[in-house]
Design a protein. Sequence first.
Length: 195
Amino acid sequence: MIARRPFYAACLALLFLAACDTPPDRQTFPQITFQHLSPIGLDVARIEIESAYRAADHPDDNAAEYPAPPETLAANWARDRLKAAGTRGQATYTVIEARAVRVPLPRSSGIDAALKTEQSDRYDLSITVKLEAGNPISGKSGAVTETVTRSQTVPENMTLNQREVVLFNMLDAAMKDLNARLEASIPQYLGPLVR
């Protein structure tokens, strides 16, 4: 009887292991970058990149669920696209907001809930950046602020991997929109400083 105890313990351990679910493998997504585009030269000696937004200061911020932090991508845009092309002056690019929020949606109860698939959550993304530049020698200066937003609901039966695809697509679309807006507004509002 004593000799069988290790055997039973091993069987029990195997049953516990078999009952455990392994988490799904996290997918890899392409890097969202703008390094392939021509740099935007500014008549300044240096470019400072700052962030006035901290996801940790907002308890409802869900940036950690995204494949890449929105705040980091918003700052990386300036690293990828802006270039100091002068000898005096400074440009400051500030991430004002990179807010990502998941809002639970109300759902039916009772028989109605069992008969249909409902939208369980809404993901909201808002990115605001500001670029200020000035050259004391030429006396030229200017500023531009741009905001992009995205919002998407998801059904209750979505897998974790499917949600990550939705969040990646939202982030990718928002950053492409931000790039297009800044490409248009920088020459408009900072034209004398563009080289």
